[in-house]
Design a protein around this ligand. Structure first.
Ligand SMILES: Cc1cc2nc3c(=O)[nH]c(=O)nc-3n(C[C@H](O)[C@H](O)[C@H](O)COP(=O)(O)OP(=O)(O)OC[C@H]3O[C@@H](n4cnc5c(N)ncnc54)[C@H](O)[C@@H]3O)c2cc1C
Length: 283
């Protein structure tokens, strides 16, 4: 059953001080609304007060700074897709943004909303893990910066406190000489929630792996960095035996479950296959 509209209140917010006041009163942020409106339509959005954060300039925009790129929480997938620096330095963010929902969702859905949701099937977290991003959380007490690896704690659980907003994600443009790979496996090409997805980057010299970072989504309660596969591959030359062993070791990094979208068995085999596709492409 749909949510009953009079149970909800949505107000606008002009500045951060006002936003922190609303958080203190238990109101919840509303960015693009692409997740919130679905929950309301499904009748599972808690009744209460929400405030629109879209005018908060401190959370907006993509800024190219001296040694890093700041991706404002309010940046949309379309902003990410069209940004020249992101295209050059972080191509899998662009690839994943292109596959989020379809154009209407890409125009409204935000980076901050995707992260705050803490869904294991969200498309950006695996990319942020391999690019070793940091995340800025802002409250009336100031800004705190965490490694992105510290942010997701479990299924729909994150490190964000009720008095905080996601302000931005910080990325260092230091992966120009890496291979970048993104693959989302779903039931169809658009409007698909993934059964598994991989974000991976690697630096390879004469077939030898000098650095590698691999993360999967939709196969655990949070997106996961595959540290066991990474440490096995580091320093190795890519042969068919090494690739086969990497696929076996992947079973120690991810243990996907059955759910409405897929079986754990299918997810594992598909994940091993996309890992093989990545490794064959860089060797
Ligand atoms: C048809 C459809 C297709 C979709 N396809 C995909 C897909 O392919 N891949 C994918 O990953 N997602 C997909 N989504 C989910 C959704 O679009 C994204 O997760 C989007 O990025 C959410 O951002 P938003 O701004 O709309 O969030 P909102 O709906 O506004 O908010 C979502 C949650 O985040 C909180 N929040 C928002 N911004 C902040 C902030 N700055 N600080 C703290 N909390 C905040 C809100 O309070 C709320 O709890 C899809 C949704 C729809 C409806």
């Amino acid at each position: 059953m749909r949510g009953y509209l009079p149970d909800y209140d949505l107000s606008s917010t002009e500045n951060l001080t006002e936003a922190f006041g609303k958080l203190a009163e238990g109101e919840k942020p509303f960015a693009g609304g692409t997740d919130i409106m679905v929950l309301m339509d499904a009748g599972v959005l808690p009744a209460g007060r929400y405030f629109d954060i879209s005018k908060l300039k401190e959370l907006g925009g993509i800024k190219v700074l001296k040694d890093q790129v700041s991706l404002g929480a309010l940046a949309t997938y379309s902003d990410v897709r069209n940004h020249k620096t992101i295209q050059k330095h972080f191509p899998i963010l662009v690839e994943s943004a292109k596959e989020v929902g379809a154009i209407a969702i890409q125009n409204r859905g935000t980076v901050g909303g995707n992260i705050a949701n803490a869904s294991p099937a969200a498309d950006f977290p695996p990319c942020l893990l391999v690019y070793e991003a940091k995340i800025n959380l802002i409250s009336s007490s100031g800004l705190r910066t965490l490694d992105y690896t510290q942010f997701h704690l479990g299924y729909k659980k994150s490190e964000i406190r009720p008095d905080e907003l996601i302000q931005s994600v910080l990325l260092e443009p230091r992966f120009l000489d890496y291979h970048h790979f993104w693959r989302k496996v779903g039931s169809r090409q658009a409007q698909a929630i993934s059964k598994t997805m991989v974000a991976a980057i690697a630096k390879v010299n004469r077939r030898k792996i000098e650095d590698i970072k691999i993360a999967f989504g939709s196969v655990a309660p949070t997106a996961v960095r595959c540290r066991k596969v990474e440490s096995f591959l580091l320093g190795k030359k890519l042969t068919s035996e090494v690739i086969l062993e990497a696929k076996n070791i992947l079973t120690k990094d991810i243990q996907p479950i059955d759910d409405i979208r897929s079986t754990g068995k299918y997810r594992l085999i598909a994940s091993q296959n996309v890992l093989e596709e990545f490794l064959c492409g860089i060797g």
